[in-house]
Unconditional design. Structure first.
Length: 79
């Protein structure tokens, strides 16, 4: 599993480095992913889903998070 144990395993690039984790919280139809690096909160990503499908939301947020992490590490002077 890459990034989120509750979502499906992925081979989609870019994969997140192992020190990154994602926790997903749901309130009504909004899903919020908290991205942490070495347990320190770095970013929050959000998604609205009227159907409340948590599995689909987690998979989408995990893909979005991997892309965000890739961009962050590429532009960060101290990754």
């Amino acid at each position: 599993m890459n990034l989120d144990e509750a979502s499906a395993a992925t081979t989609l690039e870019p994969l997140a480095p192992p020190e990154w984790t994602m926790d997903v919280h749901q309130e009504s139809g909004q899903f919020t992913a908290e991205l942490k690096r070495n347990l320190v909160l770095v970013c929050r990503l959000s998604l609205m889903r009227a159907d409340g499908d948590e599995a689909t939301a987690r998979a989408f947020l995990a893909d979005k998070a991997r892309r965000w992490i890739h961009d962050y590490l590429r532009r960060s002077p101290n990754p």
